[in-house]
Design a protein around this ligand. Structure first.
Ligand SMILES: [Zn+2]
Length: 257
């Protein structure tokens, strides 16, 4: 019964607030990473984006002007990873803050010796556990090219990773996905990638930032999965396979190699 009520409520939100079909087509056609999505998938993404825009408050910081189309572009990219998972996977996401450019975040942390440090670094995006996602518009505007750099996907996949605790590159997996397969694929690839980065031989297809930590490796590998799937599959086939099972998508089947 509750499910039926929820379905009915969602239906009503979509009927009332979905973007016009022509605008939606323009949005998807302007984003190369959406190339090859089937008509049902484009419709499904439109529904999800509508529910997303209804649930998530988009807050442009001073100096950012977002058009209707800009907002739908952000929603479309944010929802691509959950296209076959559903909006419940973003249950902890209520606010999306958009800064004009990269922003400075201050983080305090205590090292193993108990010394307090302050880390101040410029960021293009940030995702808070049970809090907002923050994006730099300078970086998010132009995202969606097939270059393996997508700050929208990056930050929202951190939200998926945080569903079962602090981000560690191990989001909650589906019941038919053995955790050991995920761990083996990602641990092996992360070790190989960090070794190659240390030797100044970072391979094409994954941004070097993936070497930062297992959490960043998962987020950066997800960017590549949706934008450079052929390269990711050639580089780390087991990672591509695990991400396919997790996202329930095979972008290499629809994007040009
Ligand atoms: Zn990150």
């Amino acid at each position: 019964m509750l499910d039926r009520i929820r379905t009915w409520r969602r239906r009503r939100i979509v009927d009332r607030h979905a973007p016009p079909a022509t605008l939606w087509a323009e949005v998807l056609d302007s984003l190369p990473l959406m190339t090859g999505l089937s008509a049902p998938a484009r419709d499904q993404l439109r529904e999800l984006a509508t529910l997303f825009m209804h649930k998530v408050q988009v807050v442009p910081a001073e100096g950012v002007m977002l058009s209707e189309r800009d907002r739908w572009c952000l929603a479309a990219q944010a929802c691509l990873p959950i296209l076959n998972l559903g909006l419940d996977w973003y249950e902890t996401c209520a606010t999306l803050v958009v800064y004009p450019g990269s922003f400075v975040a201050r983080h305090h942390y205590r090292d193993e010796a108990g010394v307090e440090h302050e880390d101040v670094s410029p960021l293009s995006g940030e995702a808070w556990d049970s809090g907002p996602v923050v994006l730099s518009w300078e970086d998010a505007h132009g995202a969606g090219e097939l270059d393996g750099y997508n700050v929208v996907i990056h930050e929202f996949t951190h939200k998926l990773d945080m569903l079962n605790g602090a981000a560690n590159g191990h989001p909650p997996l589906h019941a038919d996905m053995p955790g050991r397969d995920w761990t083996r694929a990602f641990t092996t690839a992360f070790e190989d990638f960090t070794n190659r980065v240390e030797q100044d031989e970072a391979p094409d297809g994954l941004d070097i930032y993936a070497a930062e930590s297992p959490a960043e490796f998962f987020a950066v590998a997800s960017e590549s999965f949706f934008e450079l799937p052929h390269r990711l599959r050639a580089l780390y086939p087991a990672v591509y396979q695990q991400l396919s099972l997790f996202y329930r998508q095979t972008p290499a089947d629809r994007l040009p190699s």
